[in-house]
Design a protein around this ligand. Structure first.
Ligand SMILES: Cc1cc2nc3c(=O)[nH]c(=O)nc-3n(C[C@H](O)[C@H](O)[C@H](O)COP(=O)(O)OP(=O)(O)OC[C@H]3O[C@@H](n4cnc5c(N)ncnc54)[C@H](O)[C@@H]3O)c2cc1C
Length: 328
């Protein structure tokens, strides 16, 4: 038993849609489960890259906002009482005879009878602003999972892609004032969202970049400059900065664990087993002939992986879980 953590039946690495659904399923199978993610937020690519976009191809749900899907997955997983281990990147894996242990970059050891890797495209780290890192959680944010947090504030959004414009469009009615800056004059976001933002009360400054973030307890102002003429600076009195500069993705640790791979994906068999004993994988990170990278496919793979892991944990268990409708 690790000193850090009680031994779990299953450790899920990756809190995207596949990992969150797997957490629900692990609970359905009576397992104790932990969900680890290097990001501070649940939801994987959906929360990080497109929380405001509407998803149309999740079975049984004609249309749902990305963050609403994540919130629903988290609610569904509550019945499993998962232990969330956020802000921890799984760094090393050791497989003993009858359990596995994963050590994170912050030195936490988590032991589990089985591991399910739902690491998507790898750990993604937000691209940093040139200044203001010390204000993380004190006004500086890289995600806006809950727009209400910014209600009534003067907000600066930095970036010219889909996330920046989606957040600008959604925050415009609830922020006190909104400024968007981008270092180029052209944008990479969907044209209709750009048009909507440009026609709104959002102040858009291009080609502007962040120079200095000021504040004490929290952010109070940000100096931005015109990158064609560095002397042209503007001080923006804002209490929050949303840095939507994109993410870098890195499969990193998984490539060193001895997992069989194909084109930087983990190879699995039809039971979602990897070549390593007690280690399963599902979602965007896996490959097999015919693999399709979609949320709905990841859900199915997660269920397959957990049900097959149930038999590894308890050889007398059945792979088929029974129908959820038959549960009290
Ligand atoms: C703009 C955009 C729009 C999309 N629209 C759709 C759509 O309409 N329909 C659809 O089906 N799909 C869509 N997708 C694809 C969909 O988002 C992915 O298929 C889905 O998110 C994959 O889920 P996942 O759980 O496998 O991985 P991810 O969502 O990528 O989550 C993986 C998680 O694992 C974490 N992680 C990775 N490595 C480690 C580690 N070593 N330690 C700890 N944590 C780790 C990451 O931080 C991440 O949070 C879209 C994608 C994008 C970018």
């Amino acid at each position: 038993m690790s000193e850090d953590f009680p031994r779990l039946d299953m450790l899920i690495i990756g809190a995207g849609p596949a990992g969150l659904y797997a957490a629900y399923y692990a609970g359905f199978r009576g397992m104790s489960v932990g969900v680890m993610d290097s990001l501070p937020e649940l939801g994987g690519q959906v929360s990080a890259l497109y929380p405001e976009k509407v998803i149309y191809d999740v079975a049984g749900i004609p249309a749902i906002r990305g963050q609403d899907l994540v919130d629903a997955l988290v609610t569904q997983a509550e019945s499993a009482r998962p232990r969330y281990i956020l802000g921890h990147r799984a760094e090393t894996l050791r497989i003993a005879d009858d359990f596995t242990s994963v050590v994170t970059h912050r030195g936490l050891t988590v032991e589990a009878l089985t591991v399910l890797i739902t690491g998507g495209i790898g750990t993604f780290s937000p691209r940093q602003l040139p200044d203001g890192d010390e204000f993380a959680q004190r006004g500086l944010m890289y995600f806006v999972p809950h727009l209400d947090e910014l209600a009534g504030l003067d907000v600066l959004i930095v970036g010219g892609g889909d996330s920046a414009f989606d957040w600008a469009a959604s925050l415009e009615p609830i922020a006190r004032s909104l400024t968007l800056i981008h270092r180029r004059t052209d944008f990479r976001a969907h044209e209709s969202t750009v048009d909507k933002v440009l026609a709104s009360s959002v102040r858009v400054l291009t080609p502007y970049e962040v120079f200095k973030v000021h504040g004490h307890e929290r952010i109070e102002a940000v100096d931005v400059f015109d990158n064609r003429d560095h002397d042209r600076q503007v001080r923006l009195e804002v209490q929050a900065v949303v840095a939507a500069l994109g993410f870098t993705a890195d499969l990193g640790p998984f490539t060193r664990w001895g997992l069989e791979q194909r084109k930087r994906h983990i190879l699995v068999d039809p039971a979602m087993r990897t070549n390593l004993r007690r280690v399963f994988a599902a979602g965007d990170i896996v490959d097999y002939d015919g693999k399709v990278k979609l949320i709905s496919v990841g859900f199915g793979e997660a269920a397959t992986a957990v049900n097959n892991a149930a038999v590894v944990i308890d050889p007398s268990a059945h792979i088929f879980p029974g129908h959820s409708t038959e549960r009290l």
